[in-house]
Design a protein around this ligand. Sequence first.
Ligand code: GLN
Length: 386
Amino acid sequence: MNPIYAALGTTIFTTMSGLATELGAINLGQGFPETDGFPEVRADAARAVMADSNQYAPMKGTAALRDAVAGFYGRTQGLSLDPAREVLITSGATEALAAALFALISPGDEVIVFEPMYDAYAPLIERAGGVVVRIRLSPPDWRFTEGQLTAAFSPRTKAVLLTTPNNPTTRLISREHWALLARFCAQHQAYVISDEVWEQVVFDGVRHVGVLNVPELTGLGVKIGSAGKIFALTGWKVGFVCASEALVTQIAKAHQFLTFATPPMLQTAVAFGLNLPDARFSDAVAELQRSRDLLMAGLEAEGFCTLPAEGTYFLNIDLPESGIALSATDFALRAVREVGVATIPLEAFCASGGLPLPVVRLCFAKSDATLQRGIEALKRARRLFV
Ligand code: GLN
């Protein structure tokens, strides 16, 4: 058995969703919308299942979807991508990450990551033979510094793997921080694998700046997107890789031996969805922002201290600032068992044995009624735990 997997448990998302089901708790843990997203996109997939081919799609994705991805990023992020050469369709962003890592790093290469980070990153890097180099970020600003980059980069640095907007911190990388990071990456010729699956879930009129918007990273940047987050259909697992032709060609070689191709009817429907008018997307994000505000106001009224929530489906609670002297893991386990609400402890996004991180993450992509029940449950938790 491979020791990397032998040492791992099931993911925190599976554990907390399992506990929520078992205990009948409100599930504000694993990040998925309570109701399925864009009905017109689902209807197009249903039509395509019957009307179109259900056989293998082209390995790099259908021409219609690659065109739609390039067009969408042209309109929304000012990118100019060649759909035939600079776009690859994968079976979800996690497959895209795996393919990028397998294709770009070799055993012994160092990959810099920022903790807390999405739980899949370290096992994927290690299984690809890479060495994980962690930069630890702290609330409430969760920003990296030049000093941290200086300490982390080495002659063995091959790549940086990051997330913007970030799950779980919700923060966006600013132009200034991109410029700082780009200086180091250009000097070391390190790739930047940028997980941008939350790019459309950004609040308060702020603009997402992705890796391909940074001119100093030309030829080094790999942008990863996902239909699951754009259309609130997390089960679909349709991802996109956008990068230079040389990088896409190399990453496609890994993809062809991972999943080879992605279900064609879903690609058809995602292409249809990406061509919807801009207002359709702004309405969806406005609805999520309203849910964020509802949860934030409800929790603040009960004495919880929430951290800034710039994007994603998530709102974080600072436990010590809320007067709760429990670790995030203890809080999450007690809250699901004693008051019936599932949350995600941010410690799960850090290496075991790391510094304490007493912050819990709540998913607000839920109905108002569910959010209200969650607030009531957390109110009871605060009474019990303070
Ligand atoms: N992205 C989801 C989250 O952050 C989890 C996906 C999963 O369960 N692997 O909650």
